[in-house]
Design a protein. Structure first.
Length: 518
């Protein structure tokens, strides 16, 4: 496997030094991230929200215009941060909120599902199915063109402007919990938790398609899923339980079971990403960490010690509903000033997160090699199957002659016999070479492939690291440049470097990096 060329390649010792540094980064990614320092986040009460302390039960944020909706025991208030919020629905208690494609709002309550228009002036009640159980709506999921609802009577989905339909044959009857929607090419998938199991339904054919149970990594039951996320960096899917996390890394085929260290007696309820870090909401406070593997630590007071009921993450701010009230978290101003002076931009994802995104997009995570090694180890237990089919055919002809004299007359007698036969034999054999269990010859090929993958990973991280810190140097120059030709040139150079990182991360970096403003 050839080496990836780099525009920033330096000959001799400098290039070897950078390769050694990238190798240390790869090795460090496999170790606990206790040495990762995240910029401090300050939490401020969201002015104008008009909600009492501890009564917010659900949050939703619309990225296009920054509007925020907060649900409580009496209904929903909505508005933009910094401006007074307006009461838009007098129905409660609110359990979940999602913005619709047109800017309206879907509201899940214990007394039914409601839908408002973009102005919040007109609100209508939505009937999912007859019966009180279908009106007991617990969770919502929405993506462009589809919305789903989990109720005490099962899960329902609406595609486009079509009718609401019950989801999935094969899903046990009973209350549905956490659910999420995503598009996979031309397919539309719904994941929904029922009791202590998780089910995946392909909606490409029809909402009534048979559901498939998702095999998670936990050997013992960890209860019902409380949150499902498809948009976290480096992960294809994350399923959160009250005391554990099931992680399917991007490009991987097997789930990993993570056991985050939570505060004593804490139960997790939501997971998210924002401000370059991961967030975990529990009933004992908000936790933050550089990666899903941790280490998790309490956020700054007061949200770090107060029960958190809702969480919405973003690139520049995070909104949290806690017992202490509705608060907005931003990187501390003192940290931002010191970071800008040192060419640090905390609103951008950290280099370790960019590394994980690049490895996930290129499918160079250690899980791929682990699966190959495990397959070779287990191959010795697989038999060599033999199938043998044999056919046989035989044929015999006999002729006997005799003479007989009867009443003076002589007769000639002829006796002929013709026998045919056909045999079919089918045999199935199984043979094991138990020596392959102790040492399989293909382990050498796996070791050779592992060396090539590590070398390729080294080159990828080398390239990404150079692009990342070159962009930071350009942004630092841009922060001191006078408006004019130099500023335009530096902005173009920063955009060029960001495009280079996008090439290694599949466009992930631009979606998560802070905009360049000067």
């Amino acid at each position: 496997m050839g080496r990836i060329p780099s525009r920033f390649e330096a000959p001799g010792a400098a290039a070897r030094g950078r390769r050694a540094f990238a190798t240390l980064v790869v090795l460090g990614a496999a170790l606990p991230s206790s040495s990762v320092l995240l910029p401090s986040v300050e939490w401020e009460l969201l002015g104008g929200a008009g909600t009492s302390r501890g009564d917010v039960t659900a949050l939703a944020r619309r990225e296009s215009d920054g509007r925020l909706a907060a649900g409580d025991g009496s209904g929903v208030r909505a508005g933009r941060p910094g401006a007074p919020f307006e009461r838009v629905l007098h129905r409660g208690p609110v359990r979940d909120l999602r913005f619709a494609d047109d800017g309206g709002l879907w509201v899940a309550t214990g007394r039914g599902l409601y839908r408002s228009d973009a102005s919040f002036r007109r609100v209508e009640s939505v009937s999912l199915a007859p019966g009180a159980e279908a009106r007991d709506v617990r969770r919502l999921a929405a993506i462009p063109g589809a919305v789903a609802a989990a109720t005490a009577g099962g899960a329902f989905v609406r595609i486009g402007e079509g009718p609401w339909e019950r989801v999935g044959r094969g899903v046990p009857s009973g209350p549905a919990g956490a659910l999420a929607l995503r598009r996979q090419g031309s397919d539309l998938e719904l994941w929904v938790g029922v009791a202590d199991a998780l089910y995946r339904v392909s909606l490409a054919a029809a909402p009534g398609a048979r559901a498939e149970r998702v095999p998670l990594a936990f050997g013992a039951s960890v209860g019902a899923a409380v949150d499902i996320a498809f948009d976290l960096p480096g992960a294809e899917a994350v399923v959160l339980f009250s005391s554990g996390v099931a992680l399917l890394r991007a490009g991987a085929t097997e789930w990993e079971a993570l056991r985050p260290v939570l505060p004593p007696g804490a139960l997790a309820s939501r997971i998210g990403f924002g401000l370059g870090r991961f967030w975990l909401a529990t009933d004992r406070g908000l936790l933050e960490g550089p990666g899903l593997e941790g280490p998790w630590r309490r956020a700054r007071a007061p949200v770090g010690t107060a029960a958190v009921s809702a969480l919405v993450g973003g690139a520049r701010e995070v909104h949290v509903a806690s017992r202490d009230g509705l608060r907005t978290g931003r990187v501390a101003a003192t940290v931002r000033r010191a970071a800008r002076a040192a060419s640090e931009f905390p609103d951008d994802p950290g280099i370790h997160v960019v590394h994980m995104a690049a490895l996930a997009y290129l499918r160079l995570q250690p899980a791929r090699l682990d699966a190959m090694r495990r397959g070779v180890r287990e191959r010795g237990w697989l038999p060599v199957v033999g199938l043998r089919l044999a056919t046989g055919r035989d044929e015999a002809r006999t002729t006997e002659r005799d003479d007989a004299v009867v009443s003076g007359n002589r007769y000639s007698l002829v006796d002929r016999d013709h026998d045919r036969g056909r045999d079919v034999e089918l045999s199935l054999t199984f043979a094991w070479d138990l020596g392959d269990v102790a040492y399989h010859p293909e382990q050498i090929d796996v070791s050779r492939e592992a060396r090539e993958v590590i070398e390729l990973r080294d080159d990828v991280l080398d390239e990404v690291t150079q692009l990342y810190f070159e962009r930071r140097r350009v942004l630092e120059e841009l922060s001191r440049a006078d408006p004019g030709t130099d500023a335009v040139r530096l902005r173009l150079r920063a955009a060029e470097l960001a495009a280079g990182i996008d090439g290694w991360t599949g466009g992930w970096f631009s979606r998560n990096a802070a905009p360049v403003v000067h």
